[in-house]
Ligand binder design. Sequence first.
Ligand code: KG4
Ligand code: ZN
Length: 365
Amino acid sequence: MTNTLTILGLESSCDDTAAAVVRHSIGKPAEILSSVVFGQTDLHAAFGGVVPEIAARAHAEKIDTCVEAALSNASLTLPEMDAIAVTSGPGLIGGVMSGVMCAKGLCAGSGLPLIGVNHLAGHALTPRLTDGLEFPYMMLLVSGGHCQFLIANGVDDFTRLGGTIDDAPGEAFDKTAKLLSLTQPGGPAVEREALSGDPKRFPLPRPLLNRPNCDMSFSGLKTALLRTRDSLVAEHGGLRRADRADLCASFQAAISDVLSAKTRRALQLHLDQNPANSALAVAGGVAANMRIRAGLETVCAEMNATFIAPPLNLCTDNAAMIAWAGLERFRQGHRDDFTLAARPRWPLDTKSPAMLGSGKKGAKA
Ligand code: KG4
Ligand code: ZN
């Protein structure tokens, strides 16, 4: 196999249609030659969550334009690629199918090899794309659709230490924003509001902290928040600005405390097994939250671990991570044929118990 590989990646598992070109020469840092993302936030805004049918149609309409843009931004053509990588799960099935069908068509027409990629592996391998991180390392995926601790042992080898048993934290931020009449996506809106609030005013629950594992639960938090909001409204005839800020700050503190406490536990488990590899990497939109990030940085400092946060555009859904994960699999000799199926569920760690539930952004994996 050649020393230098150039891979086209496609991503369409949730509400972002994306294509990217990534190049890597052995012994050198990887290069993202282009990365195009068409978001669908506006299309779903009126519905309070991602509508799978609308998402699937939008992906089908945009994916080929997206591929053209990625190739043209990289100043390359399809025959100059070594392979095409595509997210083949987990996610909303209609969207995943749009990407898989497009990739198969491109491979059939060009003769290029096809590589199916697990979307979560895309997130989990990103620190190797951005920072060349060596295996094994600890990974916290924390977004609107995912929340899990993984030890990345190898390109196709992950151990899940725990995760949410219900909502993902981003989902909880979005629901909280809705309950408090803030804009979507809720995370940035709640964070902004929390800046002027008192995080200690409302003692919201920190679920599952008493359980000695790495599982988390965030759905009860919004019920507690709803009750507090309703009693404030009943008391004052409406929600006062300062009360809303205090609610946001208290909610954010609860999420941050849970993530920090469980990260401490997960990191300890990782360090027990891999004392020489003490890195914690994060991915997912919620990792943009400054309070949460500061909490995780503190945990890492206490435990002498390196904290790695890829740039935000590579933490959120994108196709560069899919191209990169495909490149890593391709180097290991992995190829798919045209029987490659779109999978709504596809756990990274098949040895761990399955995660339950299905969030607003699709199956939990
Ligand atoms: O990774 P992402 O772009 O998409 C997926 O969920 O796959 O993450 C989006 C989620 C949304 O729920 C959004 O509210 C949350 O990340 N988010 C934040 C912040 N920025 C985005 N949550 C808390 N604080 C933020 N600053
Ligand atoms: Zn994702």
